[in-house]
Design a protein around this ligand. Structure first.
Ligand SMILES: Cc1cc2nc3c(=O)[nH]c(=O)nc-3n(C[C@H](O)[C@H](O)[C@H](O)COP(=O)(O)OP(=O)(O)OC[C@H]3O[C@@H](n4cnc5c(N)ncnc54)[C@H](O)[C@@H]3O)c2cc1C
Length: 340
């Protein structure tokens, strides 16, 4: 691989986090990376820097500082109001080349992935994509990125010795979000932006929002597997009664019984609910990745040897068709009694 645009000798001892925002709200994954970044920066006494792009996004810089950043570099320009790969790509490239961070983290979101892939090529560096954990090697100051590989059978620990920045995209939901501390102080640096409309080839004609589903932090997650036979109506009823939402394993998603954005697991969402209620699913490794952060796991399965039971705090050997209606009826009666 040819040398990167800047080398190890030129790097600044800093961790940069790309602060993705949508309509003036920072994405959760950006806040999660700030928390993890703070922890790693403290270990090595490095600086944690947020890189924020948009139009009229100044107030978000303060939020990023409250969430752990030492410094926020802000590129504010009307042509950055909407994400375009050309506009954001140019500005982020210049900012990183100017600051030469040792590490540059982005969320593994649609835009984060798009940006990271193109920038890694331009920096001539590597990209550890879709990481499920990160830590710093204290001895040599290298980033260790954990990526699951070979269909989830192994977790690869990847280090980048000679190329900079050490880039990684991080799966939403894998890190805790620290509470904001409004007393924290930090620097806000405005980056001059010289974008011209003709540099942006993308024309946004219309923005269509699909039903926004965020299962990463739902308090109760009711997950349906192949064993629920496509009946997600009953799961939704149960989730509503429990103040939660519905997820699914891959087979019902592939069969079209439920939207793909509700798939939980290695190739879906990583969720950290207080309670995960697993209904009619076997407990394949690929699914477990998505619920391993749950505080309590409860499962229902007809097979007494189902692997999910080994992962569960409580389980019922039984038919979802029998237990779920009974559970719903009990919850409804309790609710009616408490309102009487
Ligand atoms: C690279 C790769 C990535 C993948 N990523 C994901 C991912 O992100 N998420 C994901 O979910 N999968 C993923 N998979 C697929 C994964 O390996 C499993 O095949 C999948 O999770 C199985 O789904 P399931 O448990 O619903 O189905 P099954 O394994 O078929 O299990 C169904 C379970 O339901 C039980 N059951 C049947 N009827 C009833 C009933 N009436 N009441 C109660 N229990 C009943 C059965 O005993 C069985 O245990 C991936 C696979 C690969 C190769």
């Amino acid at each position: 691989m040819p040398p990167s645009r800047y080398g190890v000798n030129e790097e600044s001892k800093s961790i940069w986090v790309y602060l993705e925002q949508e309509e003036g709200i920072l994405e959760n994954v950006s806040l999660e990376m700030l928390s993890k970044g703070r922890e790693m920066a403290d270990l090595l006494k490095w600086k944690l820097v947020g890189l924020l792009l948009g139009s009229g996004v100044g107030p978000l810089a303060l939020e990023a500082i409250a969430r752990g950043a030492d410094e926020v570099r802000v590129a504010d320009h009307p042509l950055l109001a909407q994400f375009t790969i050309e506009g954001h790509g140019l500005v982020v490239f210049d900012a990183v080349m100017q600051g030469k961070p040792s590490i540059f983290l982005l969320g593994a979101t649609l835009n984060g992935r798009d940006l990271a892939g193109r920038l890694a090529v331009r920096f001539r560096t590597g990209l550890n994509a879709d990481c499920t954990n990160l830590h710093m090697d204290e001895k040599d100051g290298l980033l260790v990125s954990e990526v699951s590989g070979f269909g989830g059978g192994v977790v690869a620990m990847i280090e980048m010795h000679n190329h900079r920045p050490q880039m990684a995209t991080v799966r939403p939901g894998v890190f805790e979000m620290r509470e904001p501390d409004i007393t924290r102080k930090g620097d806000i640096i405005n980056i001059p932006v010289e974008l011209k409309p003709e540099q942006i080839k993308t024309r946004i004609l219309e923005r269509v929002r699909s039903g926004v589903v965020d299962l990463t932090r739902v308090p109760v997650l009711v997950v349906g597997g192949r064993g629920v036979n496509g009946d997600f109506v009953i799961l939704k009823k149960l989730a509503d009664l429990l103040g939660g939402d519905v997820g699914a394993t891959r087979p019902p998603v592939d069969a079209g019984h439920i939207e793909r954005e509700r798939q939980i697991g290695q190739t879906g969402v990583v969720s950290s609910p207080k309670v995960a209620l697993c209904c009619g699913l076997s407990g394949a490794f690929h699914l477990l990745v998505g619920i391993e952060k749950a505080d309590v796991v409860v499962s229902i399965n007809t097979d007494p040897d189902a692997p999910i039971f080994e992962f569960s705090d409580y389980y019922i050997v039984g038919d979802v068709g029998q237990y779920l209606p009974a559970l719903i009826q009990t919850l409804q009666s309790q609710r009616e009694a408490s309102h009487a």
